[in-house]
Design a protein around this ligand. Structure first.
Ligand SMILES: [Zn+2]
Length: 463
């Protein structure tokens, strides 16, 4: 029996429905699951000991596009509204993503995704929900070979909806067969590992304004028949609301309801423009929101975690490719909510950690993830808190959320297997991943510049 003992100063254990910091405990892992949280661990087992360590459940990054973070790093920051448009999604992110698929060779695209996945792993995320274009499906292959837990949602688009001039180009490289459903089926057959598997292929219709009712009903049917989750961007910009109103004569929540998607098992990315009444409907229906603060904060907008939380909506945290550092994301999420409510006691460390772990696990229908308790899966991060910026540890949950960073991570276990140990990644050639990934991104931006995609404001700052 493969047995491993984690000895740390603190363990964030799950007791009576919440995370509780326990000093001087050890976690016993057997065959990928947590067997015990105890002060009296077996002495003969293989042991990982971090004297000032804090063991906590790995983060669940509930909404991301891994390929985009390295692609847009340092390029789409500080942009004026006239360049970004009403939303960067259709003016910039989707067309460049399309160019990446059309221009880069599969090996180069794989290198960019590997660079992104390395950032994800080093950020302490042990579960990732990723929406991507089907030609970027090498993320599945990479996740499987590295041992990352991935919920992969290949994009679906309705050709009629994306013929609209405002969203044209968004679906480039994504449509395969009818609206991407053929690509979904191909990836599902090849990579889905079932309810408890490390990799799942789920339904990922792109957005409420790029998918028509027929496609959404078809995706809903498949999701229900196979017990799969479904995730879709919803209410992320005023332009999207205007397009939904013009086409369907209704608001975003009504539109989702009309195609069967206002229900448990559906994760809406953002929901920023939903009204209070619509949030009440999401809550009553059991639908979830993936809150991604920093990608909006970057453009001067503030989607508010505390607003969803107080409305009783099930809410998790995503990075949406605006860096994939979950610690930074939790801080941005918390600060945006505190500023928005004008109060320090909203979006507390305990609420944020819960949203990024056990709360998100429940949204994924995996109550055996996101918590350190006997029987749960051993997806665990150990932080080395023996550093100047983390000492003294007064409240370990506040230490994690308000003060830690990826560089403080000593160990990452996924299903009991160490993917990161003593700050190193056994089996991965990080130098090569960084070199090859950045080279491919540079190549893409040279081409984007040649094609006139790169506005003056996106050039490096003049010195
Ligand atoms: Zn997104």
């Amino acid at each position: 029996m493969a047995r491993l003992v984690l000895r740390t100063a603190w363990t964030i254990a799950w007791q009576n429905g919440r995370h509780v910091p326990l000093p001087g405990h050890a976690v016993v892992v057997e065959n990928g699951r947590i067997a015990d949280v105890t002060t009296d661990p077996p002495l003969d087992a293989e042991t990982i000991a971090v004297a000032n360590g804090i063991a906590f459940p790995g983060f669940i990054n509930l909404h991301n596009h891994t390929v985009n973070a390295p692609l847009f790093r340092g390029v789409v920051d500080d942009l004026p509204r006239r360049i970004a448009g009403e939303s960067k999604v259709y003016s910039m992110l989707m067309p460049i993503g399309g160019l990446a698929v059309g221009f880069l060779a599969p090996g180069q695209l794989r290198a960019v995704i590997a660079l992104g996945l390395l950032e994800v792993l080093r950020s302490g995320a042990t579960t990732l929900v990723d929406q991507f274009r089907p030609p970027q499906a090498m993320i599945l292959d990479l996740a499987q070979s590295w041992g990352l837990r991935l919920y992969a949602a290949p994009y679906l688009f309705s050709p009629a909806a994306t013929a609209d001039s405002a969203v044209r180009g968004a679906s480039q490289g994504s449509i395969e067969g009818l609206s991407g459903l053929a690509a979904f089926e191909r990836l599902f057959a090849e990579f889905d590992r079932g309810e408890r598997g490390l990799t799942r292929v789920i339904l990922g219709p792109h957005a409420a304004d790029s998918c028509g009712p027929d496609l959404l009903r078809a995706a809903d049917r498949i999701a229900r028949e196979r017990g799969l989750l479904l995730t879709i961007h919803l209410a992320q910009s005023q332009g999207e609301l205007d397009r939904i109103a013009a086409r369907h004569r209704m608001g975003p929540a009504d539109y989702m309801d009309s195609v069967g998607l206002l229900r448990e098992g559906v994760i809406f990315a953002h929901g920023t423009h939903l009204t209070d009444a619509e949030l009440g409907r999401l809550r009553d229906a059991g639908a979830a929101v993936a809150n991604c603060a920093s990608v909006f904060l970057r453009g001067g907008k503030a989607p508010c975690f505390a607003r969803f939380h107080r409305a009783g909506v099930r809410v998790g945290i995503g990075t949406d490719a605006e860096r994939m550092d979950m610690f930074a994301q939790l801080r941005a999420t918390g600060f945006a909510s505190k500023q928005s409510f004008g109060a320090g006691d909203v979006a507390t460390a305990a609420e944020l950690l819960h949203a990024a772990t056990a709360g998100a696990a429940d949204i994924l229908r995996r109550p055996d993830l996101g918590r350190i308790a006997p029987g749960a899966v051993a997806d665990i991060v150990i932080l080395d808190a023996g550093k100047a910026h983390l000492q003294p540890v007064h409240d370990p949950i506040r230490s994690i959320v308000w003060y830690a960073s990826p560089a403080d991570i000593d160990t990452v276990l996924i299903a009991g297997r160490p993917l990161l140990r003593a700050g190193r990644t056994p089996g991965l050639d990080e130098a090569a991943i960084v070199r090859e990934g950045s080279a491919a991104v540079s190549l893409l931006w040279e081409e984007a510049k040649r094609r006139g995609y790169l506005a003056r404001e996106m050039e490096p700052t003049e010195r």
